[in-house]
Write a protein that binds this ligand. Structure first.
Ligand SMILES: [Zn+2]
Length: 486
C-alpha cells in the first residue's frame, strides 16, 4: 500500500521551478534516480500521456501523406561529416559508440542526436525520378544529446520526439510543407491541448545547423521563459548536395531535391502541458490526452452500503467504457478524501462521486478538475454520458481561454532598455523594434543574462517606420520577439 500522498507544498506562481519538480514526482510521472545524469525513467502515468500525444501527431502526419519508418539509432561518422555546418553544430553534443565487446570499432558510431544524416544516406538510394517525390517519412523515437544542464521534459540527454523528413521537387513545395507543419502543430498543440504559442522565423544566427531557415513554435512558461515546442527547418538543397539526393525530371534532367524536416518535441509539449495548465493542486490534463478521463470514487461506510454503491459504480463504468471513455473505479483501500487528492494531483479531468445518498436519490456528483467545482447530475446513463462529453468540450474551452488570456497579456511591446527590463521582471515575452544586427543581439544577451532574439513573426513583418532599436537605438529594421529561453 502506498504512502499518503503529500500535496504540492509550493505555489506555482511563487516558485515555479520547485513546483514543477514536485509535480513530476508527486503526480508519479518520472523517477530521476536512475544512475546516469540526464536519463530519466518515464513512469506509467507519463508514458500514457505521451502515447496519447504521439497518437495525435502520428494521425495528423499520416493524414497529410507521411508514412512511418524506423531508422537505426547509430549513424556512422562519415555520414555525419558530410554536411559541414551540421557537423559543427552537433559535434559537441554527440554520444559516440567506440567499442563493441572486446574490440575497438574501426569507425565511430554516433547515437542519433537528430537523423538527417541517417535518412538522407538512404534517400540518395531511394529517390531517382520525379515519380519518387514528394517523399514524406517520419519516425517516433528518442534522440541523444550530451547536454550539460538537464531538466526532465525540458532538456535531456535522452528525449522523445518525432522527426519528419521530406523531399520535394522545388522550393515552393518546401514553403507549402512549412505551412502544413504549422497547421498540424496548431491542430494538436493549440486546438486539442490548449497550449498557446507563436510561430517565429529564427534569426540567421540561431537556425538549425545546416538549415537555410528555421521556423519554430515558442510557448511561454510561467517563469517568463519561452520553450520551443516544435520546429520546421527549410534545408534547401544543403543536405541533398552533401548526400547526392537527386531526381530526374520529366524532361530527363537531373536535379537536387529540396528538403524540410519537422520536429514536434513530444517531451517539450509534456513540459508545457504540465506547466501551463497545472495549478497548486497538481496537474490539469486536457480530456484528449488524460490516461484516465473519468475516475469513479465509491463512497461507503459499511459492507451493505458498499454493495449498493459498487453496483451503481460498475453500471456507470461499464456504460462509459463501451462508449470509449477512459474510465476507472478507484477501489483502493483508502479514504475518499485521499483518493480525491491523489487524482487531483494526477490531473484527471472528471471525477464521479457516488455514495449511498446519491444511489437513493438517483443522482451522481461530478467534479471538474479545471475549475475544481462539483455538480449534481441525474444518474441516468445516457444523461451522464452526454454530460461528460459536453463537459469535456467546455473544459477544453475553459483551458484555452485561460491559457490564451495569460499568454496574450504577457506579450508586451518595449521601446527601450527600461521597458525591456521592466517586461522581464513581469515574466513577459517582449516584442520590440530591432536593428537586425547579430552584435546587438549578443550584447543584449550578455547584459541581460540570457535575453535572446527569438525571431520575427511568420505572418508578415510588422511596420517599423520611424522606430529605433529598443536595445541599441539605431534605426530599426524589423519587429522581433525577445525572451529568455529554456
Ligand atoms: Zn540594435
Amino acid at each position: 500500500m502506498s504512502e499518503k500522498p503529500i500535496g504540492i507544498t509550493v505555489k506555482k506562481k511563487e516558485n515555479f521551478s520547485e513546483w514543477f519538480t514536485q509535480v513530476l514526482i508527486k503526480a508519479d510521472l518520472i523517477d530521476q534516480r536512475y544512475n546516469v545524469q540526464g536519463f530519466i525513467v518515464h513512469k506509467p502515468w507519463a508514458m500514457r500521456i505521451i502515447k496519447q500525444i504521439y497518437k495525435l501527431f502520428e494521425e495528423e502526419l499520416e493524414k497529410t501523406g507521411h508514412e512511418p519508418v524506423l531508422f537505426p539509432l547509430v549513424i556512422p561518422e562519415e555520414n555525419f561529416e558530410k554536411e559541414k555546418e551540421h557537423v559543427e553544430g552537433f559535434k559537441p553534443e554527440v554520444f559516440w559508440v567506440t567499442e563493441a565487446g572486446e574490440e575497438k570499432l574501426e569507425r565511430r558510431l554516433a547515437l542519433r542526436p537528430t537523423s538527417e544524416t541517417a535518412f538522407y544516406q538512404m534517400y540518395s538510394l531511394w529517390i531517382n525520378s520525379w515519380r519518387d517525390l514528394p517523399l514524406k517519412l517520419y519516425q517516433s523515437v528518442s534522440v541523444y544529446r550530451y547536454e550539460k544542464n538537464t531538466r526532465p521534459f525540458i532538456r535531456g540527454r535522452e528525449f522523445l520526439w518525432i522527426e519528419a523528413h521530406n523531399a520535394f521537387k522545388n522550393h515552393d513545395e518546401v514553403l507549402k510543407q512549412i505551412r502544413e507543419d504549422m497547421e498540424n502543430t496548431t491542430k494538436i498543440v493549440w486546438e486539442q491541448l490548449a497550449i498557446p504559442f507563436l510561430f517565429l522565423r529564427r534569426p540567421k544566427w540561431d537556425k538549425f545547423a545546416g538549415a537555410v531557415d528555421t521556423y519554430a513554435a515558442d510557448t511561454l512558461m510561467p517563469d517568463g521563459r519561452v520553450l520551443q515546442i516544435s520546429s520546421t527547418h527549410d534545408l534547401g538543397q544543403n543536405f541533398s548536395k552533401a548526400f547526392e539526393v537527386t531526381y530526374v525530371d520529366k524532361e530527363g534532367e537531373r536535379h537536387y531535391v529540396w528538403q524540410t524536416c519537422y520536429g514536434p518535441g513530444i517531451w517539450r509539449i509534456v513540459a508545457a502541458l504540465i506547466s501551463i495548465h497545472g495549478d497548486d493542486k497538481g496537474l490539469v490534463l486536457p480530456f484528449s490526452v488524460a490516461p484516465i478521463q473519468v475516475i469513479i470514487i465509491p463512497i461507503y461506510y459499511d459492507e451493505s452500503e458498499k454493495q449498493v454503491v459498487m453496483k451503481k459504480c460498475e453500471e456507470i463504468y461499464e456504460f462509459l467504457r463501451k462508449k470509449k471513455i477512459r474510465v476507472k473505479i478507484d477501489t483502493r483501500e483508502k479514504t475518499p478524501g485521499w483518493k480525491f487528492n491523489d487524482w487531483e494531483l494526477k490531473g484527471v479531468p472528471i471525477r464521479i462521486e457516488i455514495g449511498k445518498k446519491e444511489v437513493q436519490q438517483g443522482y451522481i456528483t461530478i467534479y471538474r478538475r479545471d475549475l475544481r467545482k462539483r455538480q449534481k447530475v441525474d444518474a441516468d446513463l445516457e444523461k451522464i454520458y452526454s454530460f461528460i462529453i459536453k463537459l469535456a468540450e467546455d473544459m477544453l474551452e475553459t483551458l484555452k481561454k485561460k491559457s490564451k488570456e495569460y499568454f496574450e497579456s504577457h506579450i508586451v511591446f518595449a521601446k527601450n532598455k527600461n521597458e525591456i527590463m521592466d517586461a522581464l521582471k513581469r515574466r513577459c515575452l517582449i516584442k520590440m523594434p530591432f536593428c537586425g544586427e547579430e552584435g546587438c543581439a549578443m550584447d543584449m544577451k550578455e547584459k541581460t543574462d540570457g535575453l535572446k532574439v527569438r525571431g520575427t513573426s511568420i505572418d508578415g513583418e510588422d511596420k517599423v517606420e520611424n522606430l529605433k532599436c529598443a536595445w541599441c537605438n539605431k534605426p530599426a529594421k524589423k519587429i522581433v520577439y525577445v525572451a529568455k529561453a529554456y
